[in-house]
Design a protein around this ligand. Structure first.
Ligand code: 5RP
Ligand code: ZN
Ligand code: CA
Length: 221
């Protein structure tokens, strides 16, 4: 059993997986959860042990059903005019949202609720004849909010190889709802990205799976 098989099995159990994109891309390892498995304890692990930005990724067709655009296409502000990311052609950021049943949106319980409801809505949006549209999304969620939605590239790994697409490809391979949570693992002391060696060490210590983006691309791309 290789790391990709172990990652798929972990996802099916609802366990997080550590995904390193590539040394010549961000060079980051994200802690990635199937969104349906995120409870308040998972949010604690994400903010304490990962420490980056907690985001929920959905594929392109689901984002369309939700009416969620790429943020950079919508902002009419000069800061959004120049897309000069050093590591990719475009950012996958869409809107930040809260489920309407949250209060402030930032607590562990609130973020977990928003994330789980996003997973439910994503799976409904994919159900044939379910007809979940932008007005259903607006009934369920508000923006601005505290969970950043990321929108996957249309052809996933064939188009883009960010954590957004790597995580979504893993959820698809595991036959799970099309929604994942990703969060960069930062070094608690330096604030820089955790090195792959340190991330692997964290995975071993916590009995979690670490997988290279290139291996996911090779098997699932
Ligand atoms: C949001 C990010 C992360 O890097 C996240 O992994 C999603 O981005 P990408 O798909 O570009 O890797 O910047 O915190
Ligand atoms: Zn990333
Ligand atoms: Ca990043």
């Amino acid at each position: 059993e290789d790391a990709v098989d172990r990652a798929i099995a972990a996802f099916r159990r609802g366990d997080p997986v550590l995904v390193h994109d590539a040394a010549d891309r961000e060079g980051e390892t994200d802690l990635v959860y199937p969104a349906g498995a995120v409870d308040a304890d998972a949010v604690v692990r994400l903010r304490r042990d990962a420490g980056g930005l907690i985001c929920a990724a959905v594929p392109d067709d689901v984002a369309d059903a939700f009416g969620l655009p790429f943020l950079e296409d919508e902002l009419d502000h000069p800061a959004a005019a120049d897309h000069d990311l050093g590591y990719d052609d475009r950012s996958s950021f869409s809107l930040p949202v809260n489920h309407r049943e949250t209060f402030t949106g930032i607590t562990d319980d609130d973020r977990a609720l928003t994330i789980r409801r996003l997973a439910e809505a994503a799976s409904t949006a994919r159900t044939p004849d379910a007809d979940y549209d932008v007005s259903d999304f607006a009934t369920d969620f508000r923006t601005p909010g505290h969970v950043h939605v990321l929108r996957g590239a249309p052809e996933l790994l064939a188009d883009r190889r960010g954590h957004t697409e790597l995580g979504l490809a893993l959820a698809e391979a595991a036959d799970l709802p099309p929604a994942v949570v990703v969060c960069e693992m930062l070094d608690a002391e330096s604030g820089g990205a955790r090195t792959p060696t340190a991330a692997l060490e964290y995975a071993r210590r916590n009995d979690l799976v670490y997988v290279e983006g290139a291996d996911l691309v090779e098997r699932l791309g």
